[in-house]
Design a protein. Structure first.
Length: 196
């Protein structure tokens, strides 16, 4: 009788590709965390003829706090009563901006989701990060439209020189927060694709 010997082959471990640090949750978590912390810095400025006269942080815009005066000199030679009226206008408390609140809340949710290791978290966080960016864009559009409407009503009521150009502009910190929200979302989505 012949004995049949069965060969037992040891399965070779499959080649795992190294994802490096970008495959971990660290980059997306850091991106969301820094974007949230940027809300403490000036996000928008009110400019008169190109000169910044007031600014507000992202958190201040979200809470509706006063705009901080940046120019203390009187540039208008003797028109101090108009200057103090303008100062009162942008130093008064405003309504909280719903878009800034939404961006801050979405950023916090994105930070929490980026700390999780669930399978569907990457797709969800991609959506949340892009919504945070869209909320910041909507916040800027809202602030610009409010400044434009306030300026047009004020100029028609007081009949002062229309040559004054009052605008609202985003600061670099606001744009950096948008970029970091988008980067955090994409990195979390990529991590979800690699593990899923």
């Amino acid at each position: 009788m012949e004995t049949v010997q069965e060969s037992t082959a040891t399965p070779l471990p499959s080649a795992t590709r190294s994802t490096g640090i970008l495959g971990t949750k660290i980059p997306s978590t850091v991106a969301f965390l820094i974007a949230i912390l940027l809300f403490l810095l000036p996000f928008a400025e009110i400019r008169c003829n190109g000169t910044a006269i007031a600014n507000n942080s992202g958190l201040g815009i979200a809470m509706g706090s006063e705009w901080k005066e940046m120019v203390s000199k009187n540039f208008f030679d003797g028109s101090s009563e108009n200057n103090t009226a303008d100062k009162k206008e942008y130093n008064q408390k405003h309504d909280p901006n719903i878009f800034a609140i939404a961006a801050l809340v979405l950023g916090a949710i994105g930070l929490l989701i980026s700390l999780l290791d669930s399978k569907g978290a990457g797709k969800i966080n991609l959506f949340i990060g892009l919504l945070a960016v869209a909320s910041l864009v909507a916040m800027l559009i809202d602030i610009k439209s409010k400044v434009k409407s306030d300026t047009s009503m004020k100029s028609s009521d007081l009949q002062f020189n229309v040559g004054m150009n009052v605008t609202a502009e985003a600061t670099g910190w606001c744009y950096l927060a948008m970029i970091l929200f988008a980067i955090g979302a994409v990195l979390n989505w990529q991590r979800g694709k690699a593990t899923g």
